[in-house]
Design a protein around this ligand. Sequence first.
Ligand SMILES: [Ca+2]
Length: 306
Amino acid sequence: MTNSKKIPIILGTDWWTDCDDIVAMRVLAWANDQGLIEIKGINIDACMPFSAPSLDAYLTAEGLPNLDIGIDLTATDYEGETVYQEWLAQKPHRYDRNEDYEESVHMYRRILSESHEKVDIMEIGFSSALARLLESKADEFSPLSGKELVKEKVGKLWMMAGKWDKPCGKEYNFSANEKAMRAGEKICSEWPTPITFLGFEIGFTVVTGDTLTGKNDILKNALCAARSPFGRFSWDPMLVLMASIHDEEKAGYKLVKGTAFVNGKTGENRFIEDSGGRHGYVIKAKEDDFYKNTINKILELRENKE
Ligand SMILES: [Ca+2]
């Protein structure tokens, strides 16, 4: 499973109350080791106690120390309580405060402007930091506006967001609060590169992380801390694996092309099919066990079985 060249990527995660993000990070670490991707940075687009230190600790444990980590310090308005972050933050990491890590838009603008090639963005959380990137102005890194910078330096945006199997779908990443709704609307109407969406309906029937048994395995323990000891639905790991393979069909999906819309007041999404459209959402081309077994095999390859 190789791409002809490593795809440079930035990943956005809510790293919040759900734990499929933790599973996704192990898939990301695997893809990096396989040479499918080169991780330029990871952004956290919701902010709670222990957010950045816990992600730093988990990535370090997964063999990805010293990655650039950004955090949206303005995103304290998503409801929910810390579930696995405090436990992870007891593991080795660099800084103890969220404020000691780089600000989201600063990180996106710095990495994109410094890159000599196009960077893909994977988003497995809210759209709010990406919306702020679009609104950003010229700075010390680039004379370009956010939208111009994205157009010049981003190859494609891969998003776990939306629900696309019914005319008016509604899914958490586009509807968690008013900010998420407005951001979703903005991304669909203004983001200037192709976007592929993997929707709620795709991951909802695929549980992964359920075959881990190592009592010292950090992912197994984090899932237990998140009250999901028998695994979790696979929205985020499926998105990360598809984007790392960098080809919807090779990853086991059919792509429906067209234009996506999000209602900024309700968070509902809809889609108009058009073979020339800039957007697309995926439909499974294989049985659920194909995705489940592929991801579980990746998780087990990196499992601490002691
Ligand atoms: Ca997520």
